[in-house]
Write a protein that binds this ligand. Structure first.
Ligand SMILES: NC(=O)c1ccc[n+]([C@@H]2O[C@H](COP(=O)([O-])OP(=O)(O)OC[C@H]3O[C@@H](n4cnc5c(N)ncnc54)[C@H](OP(=O)(O)O)[C@@H]3O)[C@@H](O)[C@H]2O)c1
Length: 343
């Protein structure tokens, strides 16, 4: 059995380019006890992948070597199993790579037998019903201790995690405000996702004043997807005893050697802020609750899931390049063939 895979051809500088990737073919090895072989259906395309393409050792994820497989969360159909928790035909989700077939074993983090509802498009299990939605849910509910009545600000609010997170805050009885990078994203956030306000940081002369106007009582909870200037601007705007959930810092990922400086850290003390980073995969105790609640909101139409879909393994680098260019809305996914159902 031949596996087409996409590997790292050269390290990107800034936004990746097609030359940084190459398609290779390798045989699929035999399974060992406990392992499953899945035929991939969907890849989740995540900004965190960018961090692994640099030779920087201080990340929570290891650097990909040259000629190494590009890692990603995958969802696939089980074609062989030597694990009693999976049988042929089940859907396995786990952390593997940009490849047609993946071998998952119990030591893979977040390996899961996903109970796919046939009325829900498969790609949703990589977006709002996958780790993007689950991350937003865990970050807000468990890490951020969100409660009804809070004012919640979400950066990258039109993106995969942010679009779900802003809606979770709205559905939980909070004032929900999104920060985004274009007028059309601002329209999406208030019009389609129903948030109370949206701020386009690119054409707002005074970002702090715009956030203050949208959050007149201060910000109780800031869910940070971007870091950099937006995090710096948010620090003085937090309410006393406010919480900042550090989900990611995408503004730094294309140039990790030159992180954007933060000047206002003193405000953590001034406002007695709790600032907490988290990795969603380390909170599996929340998985069942998150999946059930997100599934029910999506089915009832209360939560709108958005995605941008690319088809075919060979087009995966271009989907990733688009994501890292900052132009996408909702979850970026690659489906491996046209028969995979989409939203
Ligand atoms: N902690 C965890 O367990 C966990 C799990 C999943 C994801 N994450 C993190 O969550 C964050 C959001 O991930 P996502 O998958 O939802 O991505 P995303 O928001 O769908 O896509 C990236 C968005 O970030 C914004 N952005 C800001 N500065 C950027 C820059 N310099 N280059 C490119 N984009 C930039 C852009 O939106 P604007 O136009 O609005 O600026 C862009 O559309 C990331 O930091 C990711 O690493 C963390």
């Amino acid at each position: 059995m031949i596996n087409r895979q996409i590997v790292l051809a050269s390290r990107p500088s800034g936004v990746p380019t097609p030359e940084n990737f190459k398609l290779v073919e390798n045989p699929v090895r035999e399974l060992e006890d406990g392992e499953i072989l899945i035929e991939n259906q969907v890849f989740a395309i995540d900004p965190a992948i960018r961090g692994m393409l640099d030779d920087i050792q201080d990340s929570y994820l290891p650097a990909v070597p040259i000629d190494g497989l590009i890692p990603t969360m995958v969802l696939g159909r089980v074609v062989k199993s030597r694990n009693s928790a999976f049988k042929e035909g089940d859907y396995g989700r786990g952390f593997a790579g940009w490849e047609e077939y993946s071998i998952l074993n119990p030591s893979n983090f977040a390996i899961e037998n996903v109970h796919v509802d046939p009325t829900v498009p498969l790609t949703a299990y990589m977006g709002a019903l996958g780790w993007s939605g689950i991350t937003a849910y865990i970050g807000l509910k468990k890490i951020g201790e969100m409660k009804a009545g809070d004012t919640v600000v979400m950066s990258a609010a039109a993106g995969a995690v942010g679009s779900v997170g802003g809606q979770i805050a709205r559905l939980s009885g909070c004032r929900s405000v999104g920060i985004v990078g274009s007028p059309s994203k601002a329209e999406l956030v208030t019009g389609t996702f129903g948030l109370d306000a949206a701020i386009n940081y690119r054409d707002t002369g005074d970002l702090a004043a715009a956030i203050k106007a949208a959050c007149p009582d201060g910000t109780d909870l800031y869910f940070d997807n971007v870091g950099g200037t937006i995090l710096d601007t948010m620090l003085p705007l937090m309410s006393d005893f406010g919480r900042i959930v550090v989900c990611g810092m995408v503004a730094n990922y294309n140039d990790q050697n030159n992180p954007i400086p933060i000047h206002n850290l003193w405000q953590v003390l001034v406002h007695r802020i709790t600032m907490k980073g988290f990795l969603a995969y380390e909170h599996l105790d929340m998985l069942e609750e998150a999946e059930a609640q997100l599934g029910s909101w999506i089915k009832s139409g209360e939560l709108i899931a958005l995605e941008n879909v690319t088809t075919g393994i060979e087009n995966t680098p271009s989907a990733f390049i688009n994501l890292m260019s900052g132009v996408t809305t909702g979850k970026t996914v690659v489906r491996l063939n046209e028969s995979v159902s989409t939203l």
